[in-house]
Design a protein around this ligand. Structure first.
Ligand code: MIG
Length: 993
């Protein structure tokens, strides 16, 4: 073996450089802490074959960057220092900015309804970072642990991982490009499963189309309106009382015949299966599972029972092959109802009515030896969803090995792309989430999962017409393209937002269908080679530092998609930053201010199909279009992959892969087939070549596919004329397009107002978002130095609320507040906002939120209930009121969080989540200060107040949340005697012990 073995020092080593071993292929290294940790590490669940991680290869290369480690209190801390100017990406499904420097995330799969830009744990775990070095080379780093892992990118050019000892770190590269890193990663963790072609079409979902009649009505409307669509989804309400593998007898009496009807009109049907199985004797799934002994156990060895949709539930232990086979055979039988695909939801696993939102970490999984054997839940938590998806995939394959399974999973782990597609979970219908959805899809792609997309239109709340249309325009260019919305929202189909929006949706989806041959070819490559499908713009020029933070554009292969995610800002008002080189704009005669602009990179040829209504309509003999953009040498090339669109004939040669090339020689562009692969014969079909000249101008020619086609290049002057005519035409189209009307401001419909933009206070320490128009609430509190979002909510519930009475949600909580004053920070001033809401009976709730200039670490809230027009008849006194401050903080580590304070009488208290709800008053009232502590983070959120104003404190632990409430006394107010509470928040560090 190589000389690095000498580095292994003495046994009590607890810090130093990690030792390496080359694995897999040149440039890939495994690092461990010396000396024994290499043998002590658990098997890999991310690798396709754990043995690849254990088996050293012969290689003369030595790593360029060696991580250092430190072992402290059973935690292994790993650091990698990189040259300054390095940009970070990856970390999987994480919200917020594309470039990750400044971020800290924790891998812990969490049901994160309505997450925000700073939420640190979402539904999936990818302890994986891509470092893009200043010279454009890239290094991939994987902390190969299933356990909770802190990925800390807060310090410039430094990656730090912290997770329980001990785990190996795998580095890939530096390789010449980020694509090369992704290809190498796919050799370790596998590539994406080959999706059936129909699954790349548009998909329509909602929670829930809750009867077979409604499902058919929706599907038929797509056909009547000529809006392309391939799939319709059945959310939980199709089941009989949320029992998996059953159908509601009244609303879905005959699923098979429903699916037959759907298939008739070219629709596929996807059905949901959750992991929570109703704990109910006589229910066949429960009975057979109990007989086979499949349930995840509590520490005492009895089945764990937790509450989910059906009520009390048990959870299959997918870590055992016996259990996966049991589940797979249920899936197989279920599939005989005409199931085309399966949707695995809630598989973090989500558990209701528990502060951790999941099962206890002390639960027991009797896992297979290859996965790590019998372990408690904390070891398997992050892979539970992936193993469920795997078993569902295997069940679909069992049902018909000649069909490609299609599974969509919410929870996942690095490697889950082998079994399932994914979506970005429960987002919100607002512009911020539209914007974030681009980066989230790209980061999943940079983390091994190319097949993802957001809920188009946003899940929580109601979209507005413009938001919906814009979202569809962008998402039509995403790998996975599905519209979805929560229960109790308005209709969110493409036709639900007026005719202008419908028109934009229709154009967007027609574009997608014309591009499907290209998208399908990208997936064939992703599956066979491991190349990405949707990529950040910097992939076009990894050396260019100006591209590294672009969040409004992305690449779909060689197509650059450029979009606006700002309300009111259409394409017409957007300045596109293009990478260096040749980028030629094109459209399908469909340019619209609410749709993204499309550019093709010089040097590329992409295939286009006819604008079908659904994938099943396409035939090999369809006309083929090639879109061509020459590079500076007058050359271009590209591929088209064709096969049955389903099944596995393609693995036995049953396909046609064509390599097209175009070349300019003495004023003639020749387009021809340069190479083919596969056993399929070239279909007899017409071929249309469109040579792009820029600004949408193009030269056309027609011929037969397989023949050599030629286009005469006109004179430079003529080209110039064509281009400028086309540019003018484009501008007129944008000007004359029927814009989607913006009706964000419609009053009386609270739903519509969800997409309005909150007011932001930001002083570099705190970012607060305030929603004046619904209760003047604070919907997010982000503390920048710790990277923590202490509070985050949607605009109409939770967050920081105040009431005028003791009862929950009394007046004050959701009225429209007026902004009386809003000061932005400048020259020595503080940032502040002053709000006032009418709470009836002549009273107003007034709130000033501010960040003092001289003490930027704290922010203060002065609230009062004031008498405005209290009638003389009442002697100038109002009704009885109580100012109740009700903030709902999110708990990142619910089992390691508690509230700490000293009471007025000097007694010290630590209040933990088990205590449910607790009041403190009189001598037990916290003495002007109490604190929410996260032991794991080593941080405390201090809340200080004036004891003279506060009469009661209330702690209420919820599901993943805690309320720390302040109550004033209960009394009438007059002009002279308002009720007041002034308090402040500050984050402090506490020793991590
Ligand atoms: O607790 O099945 O993210 O897409 O519509 C909510 C109902 C359960 C969460 C999923 C969402 C789905 C919803 N589910």
């Amino acid at each position: 073996m190589a000389d690095h073995e000498q580095k292994a020092v003495t046994a009590d080593v607890s810090s130093g450089d990690m030792i390496f071993q080359p694995i897999l292929e040149d440039g890939v290294f495994r690092f461990d802490c010396p000396p024994n940790d290499r043998d002590a590490a658990y098997p890999s669940l991310s690798f396709v074959d754990s043995k690849d991680r254990e088996t050293p290869i012969m290689s003369h290369k030595a790593p360029l960057y060696t991580p250092s480690f430190e072992c402290l209190l059973e935690k292994q801390i790993v650091k990698i220092e990189l040259p300054s100017g390095t940009s970070f990406y990856g970390t999987g499904e994480v919200s917020g900015q594309l470039e990750r420097t400044g971020k800290r995330v924790f891998t812990w799969n969490t049901d994160a309804w309505g997450y925000g830009s700073g939420t640190t744990s979402l539904y999936q775990s990818h302890p994986w970072v891509i470092a893009l070095l200043p010279n454009g080379e890239a290094l991939g780093v994987l902390a190969d642990t299933t356990q909770r892992c802190e990925v800390d990118l807060r310090k410039e050019s430094r990656i730090q991982f912290v997770a329980p000892s001990s785990y190996p770190v795998i580095t890939f590269g530096p390789f010449p490009s980020p694509t090369a890193v992704l290809i190498a990663l796919s050799h370790a963790i596998g590539s994406v499963f080959m999706p059936p072609k129909w699954s790349l079409g548009y998909q329509q979902c909602r929670w829930s189309y809750d009867s077979d009649k409604r499902v058919l009505e929706i599907a038929r409307t797509f056909r009547e309106k000529g809006i392309p669509c391939d799939v319709i989804w059945m959310d939980i309400d199709y089941m009989d009382g949320f029992r998996c593998f059953t159908f509601d007898k009244d609303r879905f009496p005959n699923p098979k015949s429903l699916v037959d009807d759907l298939h008739q009109i070219g629709f596929k049907a996807i059905w949901m299966l959750d992991p929570g199985i109703k704990h109910e004797e006589g229910y066949f799934v429960y009975d057979s599972g109990s007989k086979t002994d499949v349930w995840t156990q509590k520490a005492d060895g009895r089945p764990f029972v937790g509450e989910v949709w059906p009520g009390p539930c048990v959870f299959p232990d997918f870590t055992q092959s016996k259990v996966r086979s049991w589940w797979a055979s249920l899936v197989k039988d279920f599939t005989s109802n005409g199931v085309d695909g399966i949707w695995n939801d809630m598989n973090e696993p989500a558990v209701f009515k528990s502060v951790t939102k999941t099962m206890p970490e002390s639960n027991i999984h009797r896992g297979d030896d290859e996965l790590g054997g019998c372990q408690n839940h904390s070891y398997y938590h992050n892979v539970y969803g992936m193993l469920m998806a795997r078993s569902t995939y295997e069940g679909m394959k069992l049902a018909n090995e000649n069909k490609r399974p299609f599974v969509l999973t919410r929870a996942g782990f690095i490697g889950s792309q082998r079994y399932a597609a994914t979506w970005t979970g429960d987002n919100l219908s607002n512009w911020e989430h539209l914007h974030m959805s681009i980066s989230m899809v790209l980061q999943l792609g940079l983390s091994g999962q190319p097949l993802s997309g957001p809920d188009i239109g946003g899940f929580g709340g109601n979209a507005t017409p413009q938001l919906f249309g814009r979202w569809m325009g962008i998402s039509a260019m995403f790998p996975f393209c599905r519209g979805h919305t929560e229960t109790d929202t308005f209709d969110h189909e493409p036709w639900s937002f007026g005719e202008e929006c419908e028109e934009v949706c229709c154009l967007a989806l027609k574009r997608r269908y014309r591009l499907l041959p290209h998208i399908y070819t990208l997936f064939f490559k992703a599956h066979t080679i491991g190349t990405p499908v949707a990529m950040p713009t910097f992939f076009a020029d990894p050396k260019d530092p100006n591209l590294r933070k672009l969040e409004n554009s992305f690449l779909l292969g060689p197509i650059l998609v450029y979009a606006s995610t700002m309300p009111g800002q259409g394409l017409d008002k957007l300045d596109c930053t293009l990478p260096k080189g040749i980028w030629l704009r094109f459209d399908f005669d469909d340019s619209h201010p609410d749709l993204p602009a499309l550019y093709l990179q010089g040097g590329s040829v992409i295939p286009l199909g006819p604008p079908h209504q659904h994938v099943g309509e396409s035939k090999p003999s369809d006309d083929l279009t090639l879109l061509v953009a020459l590079d500076e040498h007058g050359k271009a090339e590209g591929f088209l992959f064709e096969d049955d669109g389903d099944g596995y004939e393609f693995t036995k040669g049953g396909y046609l892969l064509t390599h097209y090339v175009a070349e300019l020689q003495s004023s003639v562009v020749t387009v021809r087939v340069s190479k083919t692969e596969g056993l399929w014969k070239r279909p007899k079909r017409r071929m249309h070549v469109q040579l792009l000249l820029g600004e949408g101008a193009m030269l056309d020619t027609w011929g037969m596919d397989g023949d050599v086609l030629q286009i005469m290049m006109p004179s430079e002057q003529e080209v110039y004329k064509l281009v400028s005519t086309s540019e003018k035409y484009y501008k007129t189209c944008l000007e004359n397009a029927k814009r989607i009307p913006e009706i964000e401001e419609v009053s009386g419909q609270k739903g519509l107002q969800l997409s309005r933009t909150p007011v932001e206070l930001n002083n570099g320490y705190w970012i607060l978002k305030v929603v004046p128009w619904i209760g003047g609430r604070i919907i997010s509190m982000t503390h920048l130095p710790s990277g923590m979002q202490w509070l985050h909510s949607r605009v109409d519930i939770n967050g920081y609320e105040e009431y005028s009475g003791t009862e929950y949600r009394s007046a004050g909580c959701s009225e429209e507040y007026n902004v009386i004053e809003h000061k932005l920070e400048h020259a020595g001033e503080e940032e502040s906002i002053m709000l006032e809401g009418d709470i009836g009976g002549g009273l107003a709730l007034q709130r000033k939120i501010y960040i003092p200039k001289n003490d930027p670490k704290v922010f203060r809230i002065d609230s009062s209930i004031v008498a405005r027009k209290v009638g003389a008849g009442s002697g100038g006194f109002s009704r009885l009121v109580c100012l109740r401050v009700h903030p709902t903080f999110g708990l990142l580590h619910p089992t390691e969080s508690f509230v700490s304070f000293t009471s007025i009488d000097g007694s010290k208290h630590e209040v933990w989540p088990e205590s449910g709800e607790q009041f403190y008053e009189g001598n037990l009232l916290p003495n002007g200060e109490w604190m929410l502590i996260d032991k794991c983070l080593g941080l405390g959120l201090v809340n200080r107040y004036n004891v003279k104003e506060v009469f009661k404190c209330l702690i209420h632990w919820g599901t993943g949340t805690v309320n720390l409430e302040l109550w004033s006394e209960d009394r009438p107010v007059s002009n002279q005697s308002p009720l007041r509470i002034s308090h402040e928040y500050e984050v402090i560090e506490i020793p991590k012990l």
